[in-house]
Design a protein around this ligand. Structure first.
Ligand code: NOJ
Ligand code: CA
Length: 701
């Protein structure tokens, strides 16, 4: 039974004169302080941690249609301070138990005839706030024209960021610059040419990781994004960032008949890079599933796929051809291999009608069918065979970003998968053009929306709700950002939402991207990165895809590919390479077979943003621990202290690591495996090659 502690602490005005007002709230451990004030009718907040500024005085407010200006003219009506302290257990995750402990300030504000509430929650590891505009008589139209929330930092603070309002959604490498330099121009100079992509403004996506000049690290993001629009952060100069929401094509940011509830704006505050990785703020700001909803059918797992042979090795096609990958015979072979090695699922891409060589990426392609199989894919036979072999097909819905076509078929498509025993669907929204999601308006005109605006937020919500009706778990590629909704809908099991392994298939992420992800994108939630490529060079065929770079390498080492199963959390983990490549390294493959996907706890053993990271995780179902460590292009020596092990137990550690000869570019598939006895007093010396890593399985004897 859950024990809720919800105390009303006090209920009074601290200072109130001439429209002025000031109040302060501490975090439960008293280290973080939120100050809120009204000065000349304007709403201002600031955040400090101990004696250091986190956010200096910054404005709050909304602007609605019909000149309803909710940025000034405010008076306080009521304030209430409450406290909450509870533990909860996710269905599966990185931790068995999560503590949710905060002090809350609820403000009821008056602006002429308009009432609006702002809620702040102050945690030991950050602050969150949101706007709630209740339905009220004085407002006919709730259309939101702008949110002017500011985050005032310092020009000396720097950020790791990817550009918003740009063609490829979240699929970009990270730039690291001063926060005033967040712009398409700077990004084009440093990372990738995007300055031609001129729709929208200069802004960064969230989570946005910031290193403050005073040493504090913060991640600004949002939680519980429902029926609102995604927030980006736009630099206004002198260290100031302002919320910029993705607009609808008519310029309105959020449409509503019913009042407005923004997502939570979150500022996760850490003293060091490891602290950045330890927060549950985003999940804590979401709700448990509705009591009537049973999600016990959602199961984390591991899957293989008829996938890398299209994306990486280039030996098969999604579309009908003599190289078609998703044919019954091949799918049977994959099922045999996946089943023999204890996997739960097999992704099959290119099973349905609609694929052709030019399918990608304009958003205007021939629409896909989600119910009709290609001729050489015998769905019934495959369904029977896979269930006999304890493998669930991971279905595939590439929408090409054609939402209406998908929504029209959604229920039939889910029904079919449900009948065929499919338990997971990988969805995809490749449409690599800015503001190019087609929608038909009331007059029958085709208009185009952003991938991140309210239209798409609502689409993803619709998909996840309907999927739960058919007991389907969704892994979304080209998704909307993760804002912790998987707490309420555990069947939103994983998602991409960054440059994943696929880019090492058709181009390259470079050797340093893998150590950026944990400190940026992964702060929002699990990622379907699809690790586990073993054939890291000489893997590309030049048929049927034509001319390709045969010298390409996946910029990693085999031992690092193993480490990623521990370092990157996802309840659905793919073993992305082909059976024929795994067969060459079956002893190393054991690690992928054994590594769990559901954890009791994690410990960050070392880290430096963007440079290196080692995580230890304890299996939820046994006494075993798993450790993964990765480095950027630099080689490193780590001393790994096993003092997290149980005092009274002995263990055997199986260590998979680079050798002195390994190098991500020159010699990536060289590794060693050794087994040694360890206990709580053990300290391991581990060498990580340039671009490399290591993985350890620690089994209780
Ligand atoms: C992009 C996805 O990220 C990738 O995994 C998939 O194979 C292609 N789209 C085709 O759907
Ligand atoms: Ca993708």
């Amino acid at each position: 039974m859950k024990i809720l502690k919800f105390f009303i602490l006090f209920f009074f005005f601290i200072s109130c004169n001439k429209g002025g007002f000031l109040t302060s709230v501490n975090s439960p451990d008293n280290k973080i302080l939120l100050d809120f004030k009204i000065v000349d009718g304007r709403l201002l907040y600031s955040i400090n941690k101990e004696d250091k500024a986190v956010i200096s005085e910054s404005s709050l407010g909304l602007i609605l249609k019909n000149d309803i200006d909710l940025t000034k003219g405010f008076k306080i009506k009521n304030q209430k301070q409450t406290s909450f302290n509870d533990n909860w257990n996710p269905l599966f995750g990185e931790y068995k138990t999560i503590k949710n402990n905060y002090n809350q300030l609820t403000l009821e504000l008056n602006n002429n005839k308009t009432e609006i509430n702002i809620e702040f929650r102050i945690y030991n590891d950050g602050v969150a706030f949101r706007y709630i505009l209740p339905k009220q008589k004085s407002i006919q139209n709730y259309d939101l024209m702008d949110e002017i929330t500011e985050f005032n930092l310092s020009s000396k603070d720097s950020a790791w960021w990817i550009p918003g309002f740009s063609y490829r959604r979240y699929e970009f490498l990270y730039a690291n610059t001063g926060i005033d330099d967040i712009s398409k121009k700077v990004y084009s100079d440093l990372v990738e040419e995007i300055s031609y992509d001129s729709l929208g403004i200069d802004a960064a996506h969230t989570p946005l990781t910031i290193k403050k000049n005073n040493g504090i690290l913060i991640s600004i993001h949002e939680a519980n994004l429902v029926d609102y629009s995604s927030m980006t952060l736009s630099p206004k100069g002198k260290g100031s960032l302002e919320v910029e929401l993705y607009p609808w094509s008519d310029g309105i940011k959020v449409k509503s008949d019913n009042g407005i509830k923004s997502s939570w704006r979150t500022i996760h505050i850490a003293e060091n890079s490891s602290g950045l990785l330890e927060s549950n703020l985003i999940l804590n700001l979401n709700d448990d599933p509705d009591e009537k909803d049973d999600f016990s059918w959602v199961k984390p797992g591991k899957y293989m796929g008829v996938w890398w042979e299209m994306i990486g090795t280039n030996e098969s096609t999604w579309w009908p051809s003599k190289y078609h990958g998703a044919n019954t015979k091949k799918v049977f072979n994959y099922i045999d291999f996946a089943s023999k090695h204890g996997f739960n699922g097999l992704l099959v891409e290119g099973w349905n009608k609609g694929w052709y060589p030019g399918w990608c990426c304009s958003g205007n392609g021939i629409p896909f069918s989600f119910t009709e199989s290609l001729e050489d894919f015998d769905f019934k036979k495959i369904s029977l065979y896979s269930s006999k072999k304890n493998i669930s097909i991971v279905g595939h819905h590439e929408t090409g970003g054609q939402i209406e076509n998908y929504e029209n078929q959604l229920e039939d498509a889910f029904k079919l998968y449900n009948q065929m025993g499919v338990k997971y669907i990988k969805t995809g929204y490749v449409n690599d053009v800015s503001r190019n999601i087609k929608r038909t308006d009331q007059n029958g005109n085709i208009i185009r929306e952003w991938h991140h605006g309210q239209y798409m937020i609502n689409h993803f919500h619709k998909v996840i709700e309907l999927a739960s009706k058919y007991k389907l778990s969704i892994i979304t590629h080209e998704p909307i950002k993760d804002t912790g909704l998987s707490r309420t809908f555990p069947n939103f099991i994983s998602r991409e939402g960054a440059k994943g392994q696929e880019f090492n298939g058709f181009s390259s992420n470079g050797v340093n991207h893998a150590t950026d992800l944990p400190f940026t994108r992964l702060l929002s939630g699990p990622m379907d990165y699809t690790p586990g490529i073993f054939q890291l060079n000489n893997f590309r065929y030049d048929k049927p895809g034509g001319k390709i770079d045969k010298n390409a390498t996946v910029p990693s080492t085999l031992a690092k590919e193993l480490a990623l199963y521990v370092v990157y959390y996802s309840p659905m983990q793919m073993a992305a390479d082909l059976p024929k490549h795994y067969k060459k390294h079956l002893r190393a493959f054991d690690f992928i077979k054994n590594v769990p996907v559901n954890w009791e706890t994690k410990i960050i053993l070392n880290s430096k943003i963007s440079e290196y990271l080692t995580i230890a995780r304890k299996d939820i179902d046994s006494d075993n621990w798993y450790v993964g460590g990765i480095t950027d292009e630099k080689k490193r020596n780590f001393k790994i202290n096993l003092d997290f092990l149980d005092e009274s137990k002995d263990y055997t550690a199986k260590i998979y690591k680079d050798t002195s000869e390994t190098h991500w570019d020159k010699n990536p598939m060289e590794y060693s495996i050794e087994s040694i006895k360890v206990n709580k007093d053990s300290k391991l010396d581990i060498y990580l090659a340039p671009g490399g890593g290591f993985a350890i399985e620690i089994i209780k004897n």
